[in-house]
Design a protein around this ligand. Structure first.
Ligand code: PAF
Length: 275
């Protein structure tokens, strides 16, 4: 695997690379990321990963400073997964001056759900991904569906800017007890780790009820939130939404997804399940 720290270096290396498939990450790679790398291999000639903890998508007081940085271990995992190139720029390489030009996703995508609780988050994500796309110039890019709203925002960005990039979803990878893999799981204490799979179980209960014919989405959301609160969680939201635009469904809509974000101790976890 070739490692590139500069924009000029990665551009030069990818000049005659064939069909480039790109997997952007913030590092601290787990099996979910590695599944994306392996999936990427099937979609092109040259698999490019990036590792960059993007300050723009964190709000003051969030975990930017303590976000786990495990570069050496990440490189080993990427090599084992057969990744061809890694782009790992410093902050001054990617943002040599304040990033004043930004991608501003529309409010109906960016101020709901995650965006309500993390204002500006999707502006930061869309801006860095647009910049990474301009540097790597991939023909395809993979994003995990654990960040369902991020996948929706980035797919819409690519579509509306007519970028010649195929956006490919990666299935959420879970631990045996159902907890979705996430770099933030490492923040959990042993007791919190034992409690954490409840988030998936609660989402599963809502999905099961919808599949069984329930259309009282508000009651299902309230029951899920109550169960989380009863076990010490502080939920930000638990919401049944339409998959294609993440707006609230009517009783007749199909193609639904149930999304949740909740804090367990000081760790904020998100997850979702498609109906
Ligand atoms: O999902 C992530 O890890 C990040 O949001 C991304 C897409 C790499 C942008 O920083």
């Amino acid at each position: 695997m070739q490692i590139h720290e500069t924009i000029a270096g990665v551009r030069a290396a990818l000049q005659s690379a064939g069909r480039i498939v790109f997997v952007p990450t913030m590092g601290n790679l787990h099996d979910g990321h590695i599944a994306l790398m392996r999936q990427a291999r099937a979609h092109g000639d040259c698999v490019v990963a990036s590792i960059f903890v993007n300050r723009l998508q964190f709000r003051p007081g969030e975990d930017f400073d303590k976000y786990p940085r495990t570069f050496a271990a990440d490189c080993e995992r990427l090599i084992a997964a057969g990744v061809d190139h890694l782009f790992a720029p410093s902050e001054t390489e990617l943002y040599p001056e304040p990033q004043r030009y930004v991608v501003e996703p529309p409010a109906e995508h960016a101020t709901i759900l995650e965006g309500e609780f993390r204002p500006g988050h999707f502006r930061g994500v869309a801006t860095v991904v647009m910049k990474l796309f301009a540097i790597v110039r991939p023909q395809a890019a993979l994003f995990g569906k654990k960040d369902f709203q991020q996948f929706m925002v980035l797919s819409a960005m690519v579509r509306e800017f007519a970028l010649p990039i195929e956006v490919i979803p990666g299935a959420t990878v879970r631990a045996a007890d159902g907890l979705a893999l996430s770099s933030r799981n490492g923040y959990l204490s042993a007791a919190e780790r034992a409690e954490a799979p409840r988030l998936h179980r609660v989402l599963n209960q809502v999905v099961t009820a919808i599949r069984a014919g329930s259309r009282d989405f508000a009651a299902l959301e309230a029951a899920g939130l109550a169960e989380l609160r009863a076990h010490g969680w502080e939920p930000d939201y638990l919401a049944v939404r339409r998959k294609f635009d993440l707006q609230s469904p009517s009783a007749h809509d199909s193609g639904l997804v149930v999304l949740a974000a909740a804090r367990l101790g000081s760790t904020r976890l998100i997850d979702n399940l498609e109906v």
